[in-house]
Design a binder for this molecule. Structure first.
Ligand SMILES: Nc1nc2c(ncn2[C@@H]2O[C@H](COP(=O)(O)OP(=O)(O)O)[C@@H](O)[C@H]2O)c(=O)[nH]1
Ligand SMILES: [Mg+2]
Length: 444
């Protein structure tokens, strides 16, 4: 890149240190105009070494460290200079302004990473994994992103693309020997290869089903008639007294939210007002919110009071949740059971905190595929999932073309190669690349 960019790489705020980063051809030249250190030989600076010195600005000087990463051995692949200064909003901004004044351009969000991609330091999926790592909220999300950031998917894809290139070379060779037999034997090899590629892709695709929940968490609405123990259940599930519990029906009138992490997944519980025909204006609004939460939830816990016969309001709610993903939770298992048996139910006692762990397990099992191993995750977002799916469908198409001419097979294999390339950015178009990097924070 011709231009040299600069940005504050640490969050803006008061803290022990801030890092200001520059990348581009003129990084050193700009740094030398502002930074002085007795230890520094300006003719022969050593890369990757911290130099203690002074940064001069507005007739002041700030004692700080400077480090130089020489191209191509830097994050961006360009010459990079970083300053470690005392943290502080104003000071950090002033230092950045000095760099801009001396010729650096203010970096756009993600521009450092975009340069890293353009210089071949990271692939597109690795870049996305870096964003994912930064934004990760759950253990599962973090682990999956770390996998990709370490090149796990990239290696797989590159290997597959290499295999395809070899296949294309073999096809090329058959053109010189047009005998039927030879073509048939090459075809057999090709189809074996494509079958195995398809199998791998299918495995990754099955992980995609979990992606939404790994990245965004699971929304769980707790609904039921008044006084069945919804708020008590919320408190038991999260392990703290968050929602108010009383024996008075209609206690919860607004939505109460709280999250926990279960098996690396974020569970967002939503406690709602008991659904009934209320007169009270506030309660009525609460009930409306309650109905809405059913619609937006990934799963609904339909709570029934086990110590009573089934009420008309329970029946209404059971009817309502039918078209959603739901679990019937029969509460108050510490009391004598009066309510009928349901075909599929889970018994709990919110006050005694019994059955609560198995309820969590059931929620997990209903939404996520068994035994997800975050360390084996191969995709971290919808874009990657969509590209894997496209590649998978091309594999399927190829396998249907066993009787067709080599030309058609060749064309499809080239399509497959390209489709896989979109995952790592080998042949990606610019608009998608810009979109991905715009999701980064400043200075990364
Ligand atoms: N015996 C027993 N009482 C419960 C249980 N869960 C809730 N309760 C009681 O039922 C009443 C209503 O509870 P609450 O959580 O406010 O119900 P909500 O209106 O559905 O939110 C309170 O008096 C609770 O103490 C339970 O598991 N066993
Ligand atoms: Mg309540």
């Amino acid at each position: 890149m011709e231009t040299t960019i600069a940005a504050i790489s640490t969050p803006l705020g008061r803290g022990a240190i801030s890092i200001i980063r520059m990348s581009g051809k003129n990084s050193l030249q700009i740094a030398y105009k502002l930074f002085q250190s007795k230890k520094l030989d300006y003719e022969k600076i050593e890369p990757n070494k911290l130099y203690l010195g002074n940064f001069f600005f507005e007739n002041n000087k700030e004692k700080c460290f400077m480090v130089y990463f020489k191209a191509p051995n830097s994050y961006t692949g360009e010459d990079v200079v970083e300053f470690q200064i005392h943290g502080g909003i104003l000071l950090t901004q002033k230092i950045l302004s000095c760099l801009i004044e001396k010729g650096a351009l203010l970096a756009k969000p993600g521009e450092f990473s975009q340069r890293a991609f353009e210089n071949g330091k990271i692939s597109l999926d690795e870049a996305e994994a870096i964003i994912g790592e930064i934004n990760a909220e759950s253990d599962g999300e973090l682990k999956a992103n770390l996998n990709l950031a370490n090149g796990k998917l990239k290696e797989k894809i590159l290997k597959t693309q290499n295999d395809l290139t070899e296949i294309l070379a073999q096809i090329e060779a058959t053109l010189d020997y047009p005998e039927e037999d030879f073509e048939q034997s090459v075809k057999a090899v090709i189809f074996e290869n494509i079958k195995s590629i398809k199998k791998d892709l299918k495995k990754y695709l099955s992980q995609a089903e979990n992606l939404k929940y790994i990245n965004k968490g699971v929304n769980i609405a707790i609904v039921g008639s008044p006084n069945v123990g919804k708020s008590s259940l919320l408190n038991a599930l999260i392990g703290q007294d968050k929602a108010i519990v009383t024996e008075i029906p209609g206690t919860t009138r607004d939505i109460v939210n709280e999250s926990i992490f279960y098996n690396g997944i974020k569970f967002n519980f939503i406690d709602t007002a008991g659904i009934r025909d209320a007169e009270d204006k506030v309660e009525k609004i609460g009930i409306e919110k309650s109905q809405k939460s059913i619609e937006t939830a990934d799963i609904v816990l339909c709570v029934i009071d086990g110590s009573k016969k089934l009420q008309a309001s329970d029946k209404k709610i059971l009817e309502k949740v039918k078209k959603y993903n739901y679990i019937i939770v029969v509460n108050k298992s510490d009391c004598k059971r009066e309510v009928q048996q349901f075909e599929q139910e889970i018994q709990v006692s919110a006050v005694k905190e019994e059955g609560v762990e198995s309820l969590k397990q059931q929620i997990f099992n209903k939404l996520l595929t068994d035994n997800i191993d975050f360390n084996q995750m191969m995709i971290v977002n919808e874009r990657q999932a969509a590209n894997i799916k496209e590649s998978y469908l091309i594999c399927k198409e190829i396998l249907l073309k066993q009787e067709e001419s080599m030309d058609i097979v060749t064309m499809l294999i080239k399509n497959l190669w390209n489709s896989l390339g979109k995952i790592t950015g080998q042949c990606e178009n610019e608009s998608i690349i810009d979109l991905i990097f715009s999701k980064f924070c400043l200075g990364k």
